[in-house]
Design a protein around this ligand. Sequence first.
Ligand code: TZP
Ligand code: ICP
Ligand code: MG
Length: 222
Amino acid sequence: MSNLKNETLREALGVYFIMGSQNCITSPQKTLDLALNGGVSIFQFREKGEGAFVGTEKRQLAKELQAICRKNNTLFIVNDDLELAKELDADGIHIGQDDEDLQYVRREFPDKIIGISAHTLEEVEKAVAGGADYLGVGPIYATETKKDAKEVKGTTLIEQIRDLGYTIPIVGIGGINAKRTQEVILAGADGVSVITAISKAESPDKASQEIKSEVTQAKKIK
Ligand SMILES: Cc1ncsc1CCOP(=O)(O)O
Ligand SMILES: C=C1C=NC(C)=NC1=N
Ligand SMILES: [Mg+2]
């Protein structure tokens, strides 16, 4: 378990922005700065897909985005890349089912936040048993961003997890925007993970603000 208190992390998961150079219209640095101004509460660097940076360029961009997060007192999470996460002393790492297994990652990062993607109840149970700090459940809605996304499931898995009494922090992910945010929170998620709705927004700060207010409103109803 990360040394960050469970409830603090749950709170921080509210508006979980994920981005890499391939997801932006303008510069990643500018996009992140605006998104943080708008109310993003945790950020994940996810440099993947066609044309993604590798090596020194990737490391350089990660350092710059981490510095922007630090300036805004916001958690900086690295997707998949354990070496990079270690080198930057990131606040946490997010792994998918096809990445290193949780036990190995926990040994490497005993006090960091470890998030796991989960798409089935079996994957959820394994992640909870293994001591993951949060789950990324999706895709909730259709998404263009992740080419190998699994089948769209709506909010059913989130509801199932809560019906079974699991209290692990959850973010929904996949095709989420401001309009869809309340449904995901009311289903039992603690936050929403978003790439396109913020990274390709006309104004990333306004987009983040709208999502944040939807999260806040839904949590009042819950
Ligand atoms: C990384 C990931 N995992 C499941 S869907 C997805 C992409 C989400 O991107 P968007 O918010 O643009 O649909
Ligand atoms: C695939 C993913 C699922 N969930 C989260 C939070 N991040 C990811 N990269
Ligand atoms: Mg992965």
